[in-house]
Design a protein around this ligand. Sequence first.
Ligand SMILES: NC(=O)C1=CN([C@@H]2O[C@H](COP(=O)(O)OP(=O)(O)OC[C@H]3O[C@@H](n4cnc5c(N)ncnc54)[C@H](O)[C@@H]3O)[C@@H](O)[C@H]2O)[C@@H](O)CC1
Ligand SMILES: [K+]
Length: 506
Amino acid sequence: MSNFDVYAIPKMKILTADQIKKCDSVTIEKGISSINLMEKAARACADWIEENFELKNKFLVVCGHGNNGGDGFAIARMLYEKGFDVEVFINGDDLKFSPDAAINFKKIKTISGIDIKDFSEVFNVNNEKSVIVDALFGYGLNRELSDDFKNLIEKLNQIPVPKISIDIPTGLYADKIIEENSIVLKADFTLTFQFYKRSFLHPETGRFCGKITVLDIELDKDFIDEVETDYFIIDEKLIREIYKPRGDFSHKGTFGKSILVGGSYGKIGAILMSTLSALKTGNGLTFTIAPECGNIILQSRIPEAMFIGSGENYIDTIEIQEKAVYGIGPGLGKEEQTQKALFDFLESYQNPVILDADALNFLAENDKLSLIPKNAVITPHPLEFERLFGKTDNSFERIELAKQKAKELQIFIILKDHHTAVITPKNKVFYNITGNSGMAKGGSGDVLTGILTSLISQKYNIEKACIFGVWLHGKAGDLAAEEFSKEAMLPTDLINKIGEVFKRLN
Ligand SMILES: NC(=O)C1=CN([C@@H]2O[C@H](COP(=O)(O)OP(=O)(O)OC[C@H]3O[C@@H](n4cnc5c(N)ncnc54)[C@H](O)[C@@H]3O)[C@@H](O)[C@H]2O)[C@@H](O)CC1
Ligand SMILES: [K+]
């Protein structure tokens, strides 16, 4: 369901283009020749294509002059050897290739069954079984494309056949934003080597990638282990390291006490969903602080949770209980008295707290960021983030600002987006890759608040709880979409899938 497929990746680090280049060189220094490494990369792509396409497909491989183009020549040869129809397109006026690309170009020139044509001829595609392979530029792209390439890519984008980008859709950089209105090849599939690229994970750039598959080409493990980065993806391997199976000799006290605070007249559903999510995530004791108007709704829908009334139609005080983790915000409303209750609470509260939705808006509107306790978790979507910390020009800058603020305030920021990111006070950024657009509905955030509160109260350390929580939320969303469709799935369907995710982890 998610747009990603991961095969045996040793680490979930995300590297910059320069670091990947270094990693390639170290791998080559340690034994494998660069031409054999290219052969391995191309083999992984050709095998994937063979598994996912049919022999009646015809491959139009469009190659640049660097090593990305070299991959393209090698892939063309391998596909031809597998029995596919293949044509290769190059810039007929410029045959200055990188050394390894030149070797692979020479090899395909000797194969009489592969036609080599000029870029200008790729537009005469009249076979609906055609598939375009984009091997124009990879991580080596370091400046704007020339007009010739822009034209070529614009025209390729208009050809209504599937497109596979090798390593990176041409026109994207590995690790940074592109100018607005840049021309980028719009891939249906991206076959990338060894690492996610940051550009795959941001909305402005990720939309060009289609379904992403990371292919393991066995780059040097020691280098990957040691290289420093602030950026990671959350993969299932990491989650399995974090997840603590439930011990047999435990009692309800072992699994923590959560107090979900929120709800106001007309918004009791929000705090109900948070409370239910906390329970479904395994909480031992779950309390809801909500106004009296929610009592019957909450008690009859969730008999397992305990109700603490505060105010009639909106919360007017938040009592502090010992040894509990608080999740505050869902459906809280905008009443002044609720705001005062929140500020009073934060002034004397010391333990972990998750702040969401209206709780964040109160803090933003009153410039009360200093009230956020150390080690708090805040879960803003981009607009809430902007209200709290100010405007940024794009999502890459937003992550950098979040790193700065997480460090300054010593808090964890869960920045919700298509790929939600967990930003820690130590400046690490963990991108989540589960989840889907069916979750872009009111209520999804309330579920996340419940999950996070529950995990922290069960003594997951806060960083791990954030990472596990966003992954679990997305994974349950993926299962809900599989059963009900992205359109019809509801946040309550997602809550009901949390159990299935735990079953799979066990
Ligand atoms: N180095 C290695 O060992 C491996 C590299 N591989 C492939 O090699 C790719 C990287 O290859 P390269 O470093 O040769 O780079 P690319 O093939 O991405 O680009 C080629 C060269 O074009 C130049 N260039 C950059 N921007 C340009 C622009 N706007 N217009 C015109 N020219 C421009 C640069 O000098 C760049 O090195 C990877 O993405 C991957 O596909 C794989 O074969 C795996 C192994
Ligand atoms: K490419």
